[in-house]
Design a protein around this ligand. Structure first.
Ligand SMILES: Cc1cc2nc3c(=O)[nH]c(=O)nc-3n(C[C@H](O)[C@H](O)[C@H](O)COP(=O)(O)OP(=O)(O)OC[C@H]3O[C@@H](n4cnc5c(N)ncnc54)[C@H](O)[C@@H]3O)c2cc1C
Length: 275
């Protein structure tokens, strides 16, 4: 199938994009990498009256390390992060997660921010955002605001964005030096969306005792969940449902298993970093 007819706008700066979105309201839809939106348009699951294409706003195509924070602009492709060896060395959970996202062609076009805005609870970037306490910088005609990742995801494909707002950048505070992190998932085939995913960060004291642990789970609820960093307790923090891919009981068991493995791997990596 082909998309239903729509108006096409290709602004070249952020201000123009914000004004267009405000004028279009609920009838407008942003296009970033198109890796989620184009299939939805082609299947007519989405029928916006107008598309606002971000791809000519080259000022949004950036990422950088601001001290301990990875800052990712709205037009930064997932593959750019995958190729940044410094970022991968600073956060093993990011390094683990990116190769699990679709395939290289998808990551070449798909943006990090587009993945966050799409808010698929099985997607990898939303789980990383919740794990790392990311914030999303959002702009609309009323001005800018920051939204914590845990407040951004409101439900299945639903976010805290108001009509006319767009995400300008996402800011991911990286784990402190010496911490270990990990991202593990189960998918039916490589490149498929995960049946479930777990990501963890573990910090150790000089005597080797664990001083802090964080855990995030994806695919088990309508949003990525920041869970108790204990496998059995974490499985009780999520509310899986039966679907065509797996029964709820399997998913709950999977949450516990993946939580255990992610916490264990993150701790092992922290011990290795401390040697
Ligand atoms: C075959 C296939 C397999 C895939 N497998 C995976 C996978 O395993 N894991 C995974 O995480 N993803 C997967 N994806 C999705 C991919 O990662 C997408 O690129 C990503 O989800 C959306 O990014 P995008 O830049 O393509 O956004 P688009 O498709 O352009 O947009 C997605 C949505 O976000 C909105 N949006 C985009 N940018 C902004 C912004 N700056 N502000 C506000 N709203 C915005 C759009 O309006 C749209 O509603 C797969 C895609 C395909 C086609």
């Amino acid at each position: 199938m082909k998309p239903a007819p729509f108006e096409y706008h290709a602004p070249t700066d952020l201000g123009e994009a914000v004004r267009l979105l405000a004028a279009l309201g609920e009838h407008g839809r942003l296009l970033a990498g198109g890796q989620s939106l184009m299939p939805m348009l082609n299947l007519r699951l989405a029928r916006p009256e107008a598309i606002v294409d971000l791809n000519r706003i080259t000022a949004l195509a950036y990422h950088r390390l601001d001290d301990e924070t990875l800052v990712i602009g709205a037009l930064c492709r997932q593959r750019e992060i995958e190729r940044d060896q410094e970022v991968l060395a600073r956060c093993a959970a990011i390094a683990d997660a990116i190769p699990l996202i679709g395939h290289i062609g998808i990551r070449n076009r798909g943006t990090v921010v587009g993945s966050l805005a799409h808010a698929d609870p099985s997607a990898e970037w939303p789980v990383l955002a919740v794990l790392l306490d990311a914030t999303l910088e959002v702009e609309g005609v009323a001005g800018r605001r920051s939204i914590a990742a845990q407040d951004f995801f409101k439900g299945l494909f639903a976010t805290d964005l108001r009509p006319g707002e767009l995400v300008v950048e996402a800011r991911f505070p990286l784990p402190p030096a010496g911490a270990g992190s990990a991202f593990i998932e189960v998918a039916r085939r490589h490149g498929d969306f995960a049946l479930g995913a777990a990501a963890a960060v573990v910090e150790l004291a000089a005597d080797g005792s664990v001083t802090a642990a964080r855990l995030a789970l994806g695919g088990f609820d309508s949003v990525p969940v920041r869970a108790t960093p204990d496998p059995a307790a974490a499985a009780a923090d999520v509310h899986p449902v039966d679907d065509v891919h797996a029964p709820a009981g399997y998913r709950r068991k999977l949450a516990e298993t993946l939580a255990r493995r992610a916490l264990h791997l993150a701790e092992q990596r922290a011990r290795k970093a401390g040697r």
